[in-house]
Design a protein around this ligand. Structure first.
Ligand code: GCU
Length: 359
């Protein structure tokens, strides 16, 4: 797409020509995204702990995945600015692996099982699966006194963090604990999310390169989809800030109806994941998320991976066909047939890609 803000130029106009330049440029980009879109994210707490909780009767105590996995319920806790905070995390670990790569999913619901993850299939591929329910962090509404939101001071200067950044932050806190577990391969952790949580996963990955993989599924507006040049009736900054203003910092609302004035576009967010491996998934029937712009965003970030000597996005000439899967580069894109959903077809794409690139 033409007219995107320049990724590979510093704010002062000088070009980014090497990795060292990029490492500086990414700080500028992070500053723009925090100030204008997602809000300022506090430093990670220094005292994150995890505690494996006793199994409760019922599903948690039953054998799972044909006996090939163990299900752990863990309490993650730390000291936030204004007091202590804790939240639950479910972890399925494959018993046949001494150290398993991990997919950490920000999910809509808590509990062990859900329609958004075929857990036995994930275990059979040799991955551990961690699940954080987003509303265990803070409710999906404009109440900034709830949960983690209430434990950080707000400045009311337009840059206070929104809820997407909070959900992403929680995943990063969990990572502090998960990376210490002897049966987790901390070099091969993927942060994943669907839809609003695909957006949240991207904010986490952009700020934390311990996640070697990122999977953003149907994340759409303010996720993996470019905000300029939306197709059809796809969601815009105007629509998203009207319905979900609390996902973002207040400054984003300045750009409602004026996407061409945004000092960034979503390729800025995706680019921060480099040199980690990025996977973007769309669904053919999810026009609200604008699949064409999700793929365009993948194209737009290639130069950053190339600076690292890696292949960027290796897509076809035109827009990806339904059931297309371009996974040759370091940025992978697929378009699954069907509706807005995180389905088995998506998981297979993500796991295949990860298997190719495990360290
Ligand atoms: C709404 C919203 C999207 C979001 C989606 C979801 O459709 O407009 O931006 O991705 O909800 O989270 O399911």
């Amino acid at each position: 797409m033409d007219c995107l803000p320049e990724l590979m130029r510093f704010n002062n106009g000088s070009p980014v020509t090497c990795v060292r330049d990029w490492e500086e440029r990414r700080k500028e980009i992070l500053e723009i995204l925090e100030k204008e879109a997602y809000g300022r994210v506090p430093d990670l707490p220094g005292d994150v702990k995890g505690e494996i909780l006793p199994k409760r009767p019922g599903i948690e105590s039953m054998p799972c995945c044909s006996g090939h996995a163990e299900l752990l319920r863990i309490s993650i806790s730390f000291t936030a600015e204004l007091g202590p905070f804790s939240f639950p995390l479910y972890l399925f670990r494959p018993l046949k692996k001494e150290k398993a790569p991990l997919i950490l999913l920000l999910n809509f619901r808590g509990g062990a099982y859900d329609q958004y993850y075929p857990v036995e299939e994930i275990i059979d591929h040799g991955f551990a699966l961690g699940i954080i329910c987003y509303e265990d962090i803070t409710k999906d509404d404009g109440d900034f006194t709830d949960g983690l939101a209430g434990l950080y001071t707000r400045r009311d200067d337009g840059t206070d963090w929104g809820k997407l950044a909070m959900w992403g932050f929680a995943a990063r806190c969990a990572m502090n604990y998960l990376e210490t577990l002897p049966f987790i391969d901390a070099d091969n952790v993927c942060i994943a999310g669907h839809s609003r949580l695909g957006k949240a996963a991207l904010t986490a990955a952009a700020m934390d390169r311990r996640f070697r993989f990122t999977a953003s599924n149907d994340s759409g507006s303010m996720g993996a989809s470019l905000e300029r040049g939306k197709h059809g009736n796809a969601e815009t900054v105007e629509a998203i800030t009207r319905t979900f203003p609390y996902w973002f910092c207040d400054n984003l609302r300045k750009y409602a109806g004026r996407p061409e004035e945004l000092p960034f576009d979503q390729h800025f967010l995706l680019a921060l994941v480099a040199p980690g491996y990025l996977m973007v998934g769309s669904a053919s029937g999810d026009l609200w998320a604008d699949p064409v712009n999700e793929e365009e965003c993948c194209r737009a970030v290639s130069p950053v991976w190339e600076l690292y000597g890696m292949a960027g996005y290796r897509g076809g000439e035109g827009p990806c066909e339904t059931d297309g899967n371009y996974a040759e580069g370091s940025v992978a894109y697929h378009k699954r047939d069907g509706i807005h959903f995180l389905g088995r077809g998506d998981w297979l794409c993500y796991m295949d890609f990860m298997e190719k690139h495990l360290k």
